[in-house]
Design a protein around this ligand. Structure first.
Ligand SMILES: [Zn+2]
Length: 114
């Protein structure tokens, strides 16, 4: 893979170019911490964090519940703050087709679980 800014070779999973520091599209720099609309249990905070860190959402939920049960860790407060701060993932709605078919539910499912 080659840097989109300077053209020098960079590792395939690099977020930034080691030569010029340019962000590499499609890698970590383009991931957003957001609450997905599909698959959430409460506020989507755990699912959003799991998607961002690319780990199993169940693991994040279990850790969050365990932290909420242990008195010194204010996991509930942190969750509520994250719920307020993290943006909801935008729902992609396809523009109406020229033939009037319009939005087809499920047709753009690849945009809801990044
Ligand atoms: Zn570069």
């Amino acid at each position: 893979m080659f840097c989109s800014s300077c053209g020098k070779q960079v590792p395939a999973n690099a977020a930034f170019c080691a030569n010029c520091g340019g962000a590499q599209p499609g890698n970590a720099s383009t991931r957003r911490l957001a609450r997905p609309l599909v698959g959430r249990k409460v506020g989507g905070v755990c699912l959003g964090i799991a998607n961002y860190l690319q780990v199993d959402p169940t693991l994040v939920r279990v850790i969050t519940v365990l932290l909420a049960l242990i008195p010194p860790f204010p996991a509930v407060l942190v969750y509520l703050i994250a719920w307020f701060v993290m943006p909801a993932e935008e729902l992609y709605v396809a523009p109406p087709a020229a033939n009037g078919a319009g939005y087809v539910p499920g047709a753009q499912s690849n945009t809801t679980n990044l």
